[in-house]
Design a protein around this ligand. Sequence first.
Ligand SMILES: [Zn+2]
Length: 190
Amino acid sequence: MAKGILERLAEGPVLGDGGYLLELEKRGYVQAGPFTPEVVIEHPDALAQLHREFLRAGADIVGVNCLNGPVQQLPIAVEMVEAVGRAVPIAAQPVAYATTDDRPDFTGSPDFPYGLSSMTLARGDLAAFAADARDMGVRYIGSCCGSVAEHVRAMAKVLEKRPAQEREWRSQTGKAMSAYEYYDHVETEV
Ligand SMILES: [Zn+2]
């Protein structure tokens, strides 16, 4: 059976893949200037071939990182999972910004880089991504630009990696000790 990422990390350095954007521009599949991930849609075979080369060169893990929000990035990662099966761990680390099919790269937004607050995803969006990614076979799950501790914590919780310092808590007196209890909030939110 293929080793998991933690076993590999315990044994020594784990080697990731390289970048695709500039290399595929050199190969003529991405237009310099807009630098959008157009190759994913228009020439997926070129992207797959590049990653075969990374694996042949010795990479332990390949995947997608940055630029796309979860909604645009997850299908790319799932396509990679389907392409390599269980043999190679696939990584997905989207940005915590709401990108769209029309503009899948957050750096292409007119709000980049100073107005990104209005595009920032809620922690629950990243948690939903993490759960979906796990269910679809992505084994290295993370996040990139715009993701901060609240996002990572929500992802950790949904992946059942609840931070050690958090625990179930209820007032023992029956009297509400906080607004959280006073209004009967329960731990459904992430
Ligand atoms: Zn990034």
